[in-house]
Design a protein around this ligand. Structure first.
Ligand code: FAD
Length: 305
């Protein structure tokens, strides 16, 4: 068996693999798509010490770094289930039918943003349609933007962005915002924010190059309206890739893997790192640190077993 098998080839999984390989233990990485969310990212300006890079470039660097070491990269393979045998060895079944065995595991299967699924959203993704205020907020300095979603993440994004952009329109589908009262109070105190409730976004508008606005239906009157905008931040949920783990280990109510401060999950010898876990704030630099931490946690576990 492997000493450590990493499931997921994003920044968390890559960092975990490098740390493990440097301990000289037998390490493997299984990834459905090596690179993860970073592959879908155009410009990255907050990966500290690299002023500016592009997602695919960073993925190439991640892959080269992992390949410096003796790591088995099993790419284009999806893990479908995890169980422990009577000796505490993890068994990971892949979609191909194969089963891999490992003394310890790090789950780093990441997350994906929930999409609105309206016309124009995919077309203008990265060209005005954004999902991460920490990543893309500064690109809209001095412009008019919308935030879709009135839960905690939407209202936090609106407050954050209001300090950077000229004007924020927040659209909430329901009749009330669902964010904490203290966040709502802060939001309503800002002069450059307008809140639209019962507003269902129906399409993203653009000029062929970039976003120019959005269309929404007022669910009370049934009327359709248009707002002119340079950007739309979609904040209707981040979905952790844990469907394959339901019933196997402890998940939060949002489906994130519960971990302790060493990345240990509720199963002995099974660790987790990055966006798939309860770690707050989902960012590349955070996922990498988390992967390194879980890897050292797993190494410490192996020393004792
Ligand atoms: P991921 O990157 O999601 O990687 C998960 C890995 O697991 C992938 O290899 C995936 O194929 C694999 N996987 C999933 N399920 C399975 C399975 N069942 N079996 C096997 N493998 C599986 N962050 C920043 O810091 N700066 C930015 O500018 C920035 N911009 C972003 C722009 C976009 C459009 C997006 C979507 C995200 C952006 N982020 C940015 C967030 C950042 O990409 C994530 O926080 C980071 O990639 C999380 O790393 P991760 O390794 O935890 O997960």
């Amino acid at each position: 068996p492997f000493d450590l098998l990493v499931i997921g080839g994003g920044p968390a999984g890559a960092a975990a693999a490098v740390y493990a390989a440097r301990k000289g233990i037998r390490t493997g990485v299984v990834a459905e798509r090596f690179g993860g969310q970073v592959l879908d990212t155009m410009s990255i300006e907050n990966f500290i010490s690299v002023q500016e890079t592009e997602g695919p470039k960073l993925v190439t660097a991640l892959e080269q770094h992992v390949k410096q070491y003796d790591v088995d990269i099993i790419n284009l393979q999806r893990a479908e289930s995890l169980s422990l045998d009577e000796n505490g060895i993890s068994q990971i079944r892949l979609a191909s039918g194969a089963t891999l065995k490992s003394k310890s595991v790090i789950i780093a299967t990441g997350a994906r943003w929930r999409e609105m699924n309206v016309p124009g959203e995919k077309e203008y993704r990265g060209r005005g349609v954004a999902y991460c205020p920490h990543c893309d907020g500064p690109l809209f300095k001095g412009k008019r933007i919308a935030v879709v979603g009135g839960g905690n993440s939407g209202v936090e994004a609106a407050i954050d962005l209001a300090g950077i952009v000229e004007h924020v329109t927040l659209l909430e589908f329901g009749s009330e915002l669902r964010a904490d009262a203290v966040l709502q109070k802060k939001l309503y105190s800002l002069p450059n924010v307008v809140v639209l409730k019962q507003a269902q976004t129906t399409s993203v508008l653009g000029d062929g190059q970039k976003v120019s606005g959005l269309q929404y239906t007022d669910r009370q009157t049934g009327e359709s309206h248009q707002v002119d905008l340079a950007g739309i931040f979609v904040q209707i949920g981040l979905l952790p890739n844990t469907d394959w783990l339901k019933g196997t280990l402890e998940l939060s109510k949002h489906g994130e893997i519960e971990v302790d401060n060493r990345g240990q999950t509720s199963l002995a010898g099974v660790f987790a790192a990055g966006d798939v876990t309860t770690v707050p704030f989902k960012q590349i630099v955070i996922a990498m640190g988390d992967g390194a931490k879980a890897s050292l946690g797993a190494f410490d576990y192996l020393m004792r077993h």
